[in-house]
Design a protein around this ligand. Structure first.
Ligand code: COA
Length: 176
């Protein structure tokens, strides 16, 4: 399993077949999926298919993607976070999704800061964006706490409701 980076509390590594069960717990939970625009998955085979077709493919194509986030103290899978190239927008998106038992402990903020730093300093990405539904206050707070700034209100998909878009640019990046 390829390690990407580490923070005080967390290990961020590539997702592997060992994570299918954890990913299923995450993506089958309606509370987790509520503001993601995705319906809860019903079977683990949907997870396996999606991980192979999207996540593993992104690692191969771009050298980055959505990664597993492991709590080092207990070795638990907490969820995923990472960067994704959005072909429709020609942008690189920061995303995150965690199991509810790990919410409210600053994990998303800790991971997001570390991933932005990695994206700018190791991958030399010029700009990272993040998109959330207007109602997803926790996600928008994470974007702000990670140093991103409001960009625009615009739909993610044609004809859909407006989402909230944030951005951060390498040229303006100040690592604290
Ligand atoms: C959004 C999510 C990633 C946040 O993860 P987290 O680890 O709990 O986030 P953090 O603890 O780093 O920070 C969350 C912040 O939002 C705040 N918050 C959480 N829920 C809130 C709410 N309903 N209203 C206002 N603020 C809220 C927290 O208090 C915290 O801010 P604070 O540190 O100033 O107190 C997590 O809730 C999640 O996985 N949700 C489901 C998937 C999802 O929606 N992903 C994002 C899609 S865009």
């Amino acid at each position: 399993m390829k390690k990407i980076l580490e923070t005080d509390r967390l290990l961020i590594r590539e997702i592997s077949e060992d994570d299918y069960e954890g990913l299923f717990q995450l993506h089958s939970n309606p509370i987790v999926q509520k503001y993601t625009g995705e319906s809860p998955v019903k079977t683990i085979s949907e997870i396996i298919k999606g991980t192979k077709e999207r996540t593993f493919n992104d690692y191969k194509t771009y050298g980055f993607g959505r990664w597993a986030v492991i709590l080092k103290s207990t070795d638990q899978f907490t969820g995923w976070a990472g960067l994704k190239y959005l072909t429709d927008f020609n942008e690189i998106d920061l995303g995150y999704r965690f199991l509810p038992e790990f919410w409210g402990r600053g994990i998303a903020t800790e991971v997001s800061k570390a991933i932005i730093k990695y994206g700018f300093e190791v991958l030399n990405i010029e700009k990272i964006i993040a998109v959330a539904m207007v109602e997803n206050i926790a996600s928008i707070k994470v974007m702000e706490k990670a140093g991103m700034i409001f960009d625009k209100k615009a739909p993610y998909e044609e004809g859909a409701e407006d989402d909230i878009w944030y951005k951060i640019e390498n040229k303006n990046y100040e690592n604290d």
